[in-house]
Write a protein that binds this ligand. Structure first.
Ligand code: GCU
Length: 439
């Protein structure tokens, strides 16, 4: 009896410890999820059925508008017509013990000298034959955090105000943070598989704060047009991803048909939206983008619109606030967002302990897009239930739920690289040689 009691206490302590890391106030009880019906992207406004690619391509525009109006906002005309004039500050410098060639580029995001400036870091495998497929993603903490490479230029980063409610400030890069996100980026692993990696610090594009010191970011530079859905920060980051791609397309070593994008969490939401709106992204590797991204508002599990709106109102267009408490009524959802990526290869990744993002909702979105991929003769997940933990399912749509917490890990990257190889052919095999470097 005593043994049983201590076992029960042990289990309770374990569950408490696990839940301690989950934000409170959200539902984590599957039995309390109210029944829901997913939006059907294959239904027309008058109840008809979309059965051809042509009809789907026509319907896409309406969904994009609905996302703009209700979630992300509209990119103002000034930003829409902006053309980049990149300044390459370093080109193909040997880096990472001979494994890579490093290029760094400054991309002003306005035509004025004091406007926001984006710093792009590009690594290509040192030994490559022909054009290189590149995986592009925004990073959370500065380019110099993605690898322990003394050659990455340190740039200012945002730091939260010292006290609650104080505005965020731009501060010089802290050298002790160099390489601190290496495990999330796995740059060497990606290069050894024959892929390039490109990244930009998201704070270069738009600060991630309710309030911040001074005037920064592209939303201040390109104010929303009165009467149009206000431009949220997620949309600004997505716009930045497209500007990074404008540069990548000018680089003669980059395979313009094989630029994939990746993003984690809030940057996954920005990534999903970037891919929905910019067809130049050839594949999407979306990690735990949760509510507002690949997960379902309609499933009352984990984060909800009230949480998002309370903590991050500036991520969204003003109208998003109208959906607080009406998560089941918002006229768009994660399954539709992912549908807008079809027919391009799409990898959706969840993590077992990341209940706030609602892994089941992420899976159901990924499963649901199978019908859109089928229109194009592509293969969706082809399974009804979530696969076991750490057992990826990879067709043209891929999914895994990894053990562990909200994060990007070596396991995630290993699957992404396998998936890219599957969809485009391994760059190593195509080059018929190894990229070399130390294993
Ligand atoms: C918060 C937010 C999530 C987001 C996450 C992240 O938890 O509520 O929606 O995905 O931050 O970006 O790490």
């Amino acid at each position: 009896m005593a043994g049983k009691l201590s076992l029960m206490l042990g289990v309770a302590a374990f569950l408490l410890a696990q839940n301690a890391s989950l934000p409170s106030g959200a539902n984590y009880d599957e039995t309390k999820v109210a029944p829901y019906v997913l939006l059907d992207p294959l239904k027309t406004t008058n109840g008809g059925e979309i059965t051809t690619v042509r009809a789907w391509e026509q319907a896409r525009g309406r969904w994009i508008s609905l996302f703009e109006e209700n979630v992300f906002g509209t990119v103002p005309p000034g930003a829409r017509s902006f053309r980049i004039h990149p300044r390459v500050t370093e080109s193909d410098a040997p880096a990472l013990d001979g494994l890579a060639l490093r290029t760094q580029v400054e991309i002003p995001l306005t035509t004025t000298p004091i406007g926001p400036l984006m710093h792009l870091l590009l690594y290509l495998p040192a030994k490559h034959a022909g054009k290189v497929p590149v995986i592009l993603g925004l990073n959370f903490a500065g380019n110099a955090t993605v690898a322990s490479d003394p050659g990455i230029r340190p740039t200012d980063v945002w730091t939260p105000g010292a006290k609650r409610g104080e505005p965020a400030r731009l501060v010089p890069f802290d050298e002790s943070k160099r390489g601190s996100q290496s495990s999330e980026w796995q740059v060497e692993r990606v290069l050894r598989a024959g892929y390039g990696v490109a990244t930009v610090y998201y704070g270069d594009i738009e600060p991630d704060a309710k309030t911040f010191e001074g005037t920064h970011g592209v939303r201040a530079a390109y104010p929303s047009t009165p009467g149009q859905p206000t431009w949220g920060a997620l949309s600004a980051w997505a716009w930045g991803l497209s500007r990074a791609t404008d540069y990548l397309l000018t680089n003669r070593h980059v395979n313009s048909k094989e630029i994939a994008i990746t993003g984690h969490s809030r940057l996954g939401k920005a990534t999903d939206w970037a891919a929905a709106t910019d067809p130049r992204f050839a594949a999407v590797l979306s990690t735990e983008s949760g509510k507002g991204g690949q997960s379902l508002y309609r499933r009352n599990f984990g984060e909800n619109i009230a949480h998002l709106q309370h903590s991050f109102p500036y991520w969204f267009t003003a109208k998003f606030a109208d959906w607080v408490g009406h998560d089941d009524m918002i006229p768009v959802d994660g399954n539709v967002l992912l549908a807008l990526i079809a027919p391009r290869p799409l990898y959706v990744a969840s993590a077992q302990d990341d209940l706030y993002s609602d892994p089941e909702g992420e899976f159901e979105s990924a499963r649901d897009v199978g019908s859109i991929y089928a229109l194009f003769g592509k293969h969706g997940l082809g399974i009804d239930r979530r696969p076991p933990v750490n057992e990826p399912v990879m067709h043209d749509v891929a999914y895994h739920i990894r053990s562990g917490k909200h994060d990007v890990t070596a396991f995630d990257w290993e699957q992404y690289l396998k998936f890219m190889d599957q969809e485009f052919g391994s760059p190593l095999a195509r080059a018929g040689s190894s990229t070399g470097g130390t294993p």
